[in-house]
Design a protein around this ligand. Structure first.
Ligand code: OOG
Ligand code: MG
Length: 270
């Protein structure tokens, strides 16, 4: 049975309090075993509403669970989305303060800058031609749920797909006459390094078969809910690899040479 509006708002404000206080809690499905995915997205909407009421602005969306590595890591098997606000965006110039986060993890992603509104269903060609740039991103996840594990799809959706912070840099301009086509990110090697050490090799094709398909899938998920992707959105396509716990003093970098040296890096505070 669908949850009452009150119950949805209560879940959203409780999760929001845990986010603000950096405290973990039990997953929602322990209290509400039948929580549906539809209601979980309503909890996510209500939580974003609370952030907007604090003056935050929506800047984009993230897809989650778009690679087999992530699905295996989380034991969850279908792609989901979450909402990104300006407050979640970091530029990587300052060391990242981990205070205020519960059990952060970091993961390597591809990002799109979409400068035209997209209304699902869209083809890969339509999605690509709506993009002004593509680049790399490091997403810092943080779940509000105990131990960051054993949650169900509705739990993680309600918790805004474990969103916390992200660093995304538009490094390939797609608006010039010599701009590359989507093949430039089809199957490029992603060099994800932790403290200078390479992690096992991953390729952009691990993300939805092609990261652009994550953007297509986002438009489809939004459409199911009667929503469009607004012009000006940044979209994270989902991680190509399992997320790595982010520790104090850690430096993390991501580089894709085949696509013309895209790179991003971040260091966490001690
Ligand atoms: C869910 C969010 C997944 C991704 O890139 O696959 C995600 C989680 O892992 O807690 O952001
Ligand atoms: Mg992610």
């Amino acid at each position: 049975m669908a949850l009452s509006k009150q119950r949805i708002e209560d879940f959203a404000s409780d999760l929001d309090r845990h986010l603000l206080e950096a405290r973990e809690r039990e997953r929602l499905t322990l209290q509400e075993p039948d929580l549906s995915l539809e209601d979980a997205y309503l909890v996510q909407d209500a939580g974003i509403g609370l952030r907007l009421a604090r003056g935050e602005r929506i800047v984009g969306y993230k897809m989650g669970l778009t690679s087999e590595a992530k699905r295996q890591q989380m034991g969850l098997h279908s792609p989901i989305y979450g909402v990104l606000t300006d407050r979640m965006s970091v530029d990587g110039r300052e060391p990242l303060a981990l205070r205020g986060l519960i059990h952060p993890k970091i993961e390597p992603e591809v990002a799109f800058w979409v400068d035209r509104e997209l209304q699902g269903p869209v083809t890969e060609e339509q999605a690509w031609s709506a993009c002004s740039a593509v680049g790399l991103a490091l997403e810092i996840l943080d779940s509000r749920f105990r131990d960051f594990k054993y949650f169900s799809l509705p739990d993680v959706v309600a918790d805004n797909a474990s969103s916390s912070l992200f660093l995304a840099r538009p490094t390939l301009d797609l608006r010039t006459s010599h701009s590359p086509g989507p093949e430039c990110i089809a199957d490029a090697e992603m060099l994800f390094r932790i403290n200078g050490q390479a992690t096992p090799a991953v390729r952009t094709s691990a993300i939805s078969g092609h990261p652009l398909r994550s953007l297509v899938a986002l438009c489809a998920l939004l459409r199911e809910r009667g929503l469009k992707l607004p012009a000006g959105s940044v979209v994270l396509a989902g991680s190509a690899a399992a997320a790595v716990p982010l520790m104090p003093g850690m430096s993390v970098s991501l580089e894709v040479q085949d696509a013309g040296i895209l790179d991003v890096s971040i260091r966490s505070d001690n």
